[in-house]
Ligand binder design. Structure first.
Ligand SMILES: Cc1cc2nc3c(=O)[nH]c(=O)nc-3n(C[C@H](O)[C@H](O)[C@H](O)COP(=O)(O)OP(=O)(O)OC[C@H]3O[C@@H](n4cnc5c(N)ncnc54)[C@H](O)[C@@H]3O)c2cc1C
Length: 470
């Protein structure tokens, strides 16, 4: 039996453990903070559970157009008639995360995975030491997988106190909605929390060091989001780099590098992540790290040390739970001799859970703009879609990219409520190299927002040819 020892029980680690057990390995999983990892306990699952409440509040706030009135005689507005009980919301968030962690642990146990609670480190390439409550335990291994994730980056002059200056892992301890929340960082995490707390009823200021929010995402999508933020009264301070965050009683002050100051009741720091790779005996075992401390891996998750694999946020390849899980599975398929295809980032779909959501797959607009040969694009505003009109949806679009001549779909963007669900047909098209004609040949429900995806594909029917003639 191949002895597999996995360090880290997030999606990178637990999905790998399930595959290794399925393929007949003797699997030990060492985790320090709880099965499910940050994904389940502090990051993905809690944030998306909080956002589920925010979504309902967004719907309530925008329901006037649909003829919904509040108060006995319709004399109250949504803001005054409905409010969020943050203690109840956060109680639900933490309870759900805890149960999800328990469900995963039970599944692992039922598959014969040995779970060890403790901090793991390498003792050479073929041995893992776990520091547990009962002292150190050593495990010999034929295959090791490191999947230890990452933790929030802290600025030296903006140290969280867990009460008013917070990282994203600490917000669930709040029992009252912040009066005025300053979110520092306008990447995916910052934008998601800004959007959510605004919907929940807090005044929100988003401090962005760049020209626009979501600098890594589709520029048209980011523009839609900025417009929506503006309309809802959420303030975006762009080209504003935070130098320090301090607290004086109930007031938090964010000082910017250009001398400006903004004050609020709370500050949420969302300025990136640091890999959990320090002090684990990695370099001593021959595992190469890059300058940021991320583990260098190839497309089948091998590190520079034979028999040692790595998956997930500790590799910095693409910090998504779905990618971590796939890297972990690929590592085990490779290590245990199963059929394996290398990781292909071109087919990864991802989503920003703002209101509206922004989902993308495959080639981006920035890549399409410089692609040779040229790539054809169609963008359709949600406002032209019958279902969107019925639902009172005004903000968003679908965008599809295809290759000339062949019409093969190479990417797409959906900006809409539940874009995370709508992107899947495009994800299938990109991964299976379907043509726009094949996508257009499938029936969509009438009326449906997904009808716009088929319409975009139809409009691209002759674009491939037109481009080659141009
Ligand atoms: C706020 C937020 C929201 C997010 N939302 C999404 C989302 O909606 N969708 C998505 O795809 N991604 C999302 N992500 C990203 C996602 O959370 C990560 O990509 C994912 O958690 C990575 O999984 P992982 O297995 O690499 O690590 P983790 O989930 O971080 O798990 C690592 C585990 O290893 C343990 N560990 C660390 N060091 C040791 C050690 N020495 N010994 C033993 N155990 C150790 C940790 O305690 C942890 O349990 C979000 C991230 C953030 C910050």
């Amino acid at each position: 039996m191949t002895r597999v020892v996995i360090v880290g029980g997030g999606p990178g680690g637990y999905e790998a453990a399930l595959v290794a057990a399925q393929l007949g390995g003797e699997v030990t999983l060492v985790d320090t903070d709880g099965i499910g990892g940050s994904a389940v306990l502090t990051d993905c699952v809690p944030s998306k559970t909080l956002i589920a409440t925010a979504e309902v509040m967004t719907g309530v706030r925008e329901s006037n157009e649909l003829g919904i009135r509040f108060g006995a005689r319709g004399d109250s507005d949504a803001e005054n008639a409905v409010h969020v009980d943050l203690a109840a919301v956060n109680g639900r968030v933490l309870d759900l995360a805890d149960r999800q962690s328990g469900d995963i642990a039970s599944r692992l146990a039922s598959q014969g995975v040995r779970i060890v609670r403790g901090r793991g480190r390498l003792d050479g390439r073929e041995r893992v030491i776990a520091e547990t409550e009962d002292g150190e335990q050593g495990f010999d291994a034929d295959v090791v997988l490191i999947a230890t994730g990452a933790h929030p980056r802290i600025l030296p002059d903006a140290v969280p106190d867990g009460e008013r200056i917070l990282t994203w892992t600490q917000v669930y301890a709040l029992d009252q909605l912040p009066e005025k929340l300053i979110v520092v960082g306008s990447g995916v995490t910052g934008a998601e929390f800004a959007s959510a707390y605004d919907a929940l009823g807090a005044e929100v200021v988003l401090v962005s060091s760049r020209d626009r929010v979501l600098p890594g995402e589709d520029a048209d999508a980011a523009q839609v989001l900025e417009d929506v933020f503006d309309r809802r009264g959420l303030t975006v301070m762009s080209r504003a780099r935070a130098a320090s965050v301090t607290r004086d009683g109930d007031v938090v002050t964010v000082r910017l590098t250009d001398g400006r100051e903004v004050t609020g009741s709370h500050c949420l720091l969302a300025v990136g992540s640091i890999p959990n790779t320090a002090g684990m005996g990695l370099e001593e075992a021959g595992v190469e790290l890059d300058r940021g401390g991320f583990i260098t891996v190839d497309k089948v998750s091998r590190t520079s040390a034979r028999g040692v694999y790595a998956a997930g946020d500790c590799t910095g390849v693409l910090m998504l739970a779905s990618v971590a899980a796939m890297q972990g599975r690929i590592a085990m398929w490779h290590a245990l001799g199963d059929a394996v295809a290398p990781l292909d980032l071109k087919i990864v779909s991802s989503n920003v859970f703002t209101a509206p959501e922004i989902a993308t797959v495959g080639m981006s607009q920035a890549q399409a703009d410089v692609a040779v040969p040229k790539v054809a694009t169609v963008k359709l505003a949600l406002q032209g879609n019958a279902r969107a009109k019925m639902q009172g949806l005004h903000d968003g679009f679908v965008k599809v990219f295809c290759l000339p001549v062949t019409g093969i779909v190479v990417g797409g963007v959906v900006v809409a409520p539940r874009a995370s669900e709508l992107i899947y047909p495009l994800a299938i098209a990109v991964s299976q190299r379907l043509t726009v004609d094949q996508v257009a040949a499938s029936f969509t429900v009438y009326p449906s927002v997904s009808g716009s995806l088929a319409e975009a594909a139809r409009q691209l029917h002759l674009h491939g040819e037109a481009l080659t003639r141009a």
